[in-house]
Design a protein around this ligand. Structure first.
Ligand SMILES: [Zn+2]
Length: 130
């Protein structure tokens, strides 16, 4: 068990993937009530990513997200924590690039959607994820 935790802490690529999946899932969860209320036909197009990694990865990301919220002076960072926070930041940058905000309301666009889940405006070409 301890060995597994150490492997997870060191596997920054796995942590990045786990964080990205959690960010994607939280966006879909945020959009779901609005889509169900206003565009029920589109609920089938809401896809939460499969969480295919070991549970320890998601638990580790949860820990890193909590660690990130602490003021820097209160952080007593171990090297593995520092690498983990870097992986979290990479995942967040990827997520931001994949979900540029709607120009009308600022809601993050859903991948593959041609209208905004929040304000239902059509999304313009330039908002397409590149
Ligand atoms: Zn919008």
């Amino acid at each position: 068990m301890t060995e597994t935790m150490i492997e997870v802490e060191r596997d920054t690529e796995g942590l990045r993937q786990a964080a990205r999946q959690l960010f994607e899932a939280s966006l879909v969860q945020a959009a779901r009530p609005e889509v169900e209320r206003c565009m029920p036909a589109l609920t089938k197009d809401l896809h939460e990513p499969a969480q295919h990694l070991a549970r320890a990865y998601y638990e580790r990301v949860g820990y890193l997200l909590r660690l990130e919220k602490r003021p820097p002076v209160a952080r007593d960072l171990l090297a593995c924590d520092s690498r983990g926070l870097d992986a979290l930041e990479r995942a967040r940058e990827e997520f931001r690039r994949a979900h540029p905000p709607c120009l009308h309301c600022g809601a993050l666009r859903l991948i593959g959607w041609t209208l905004c889940w929040n304000c239902r405006e059509a999304l313009k070409e330039k908002e397409e994820a590149s």
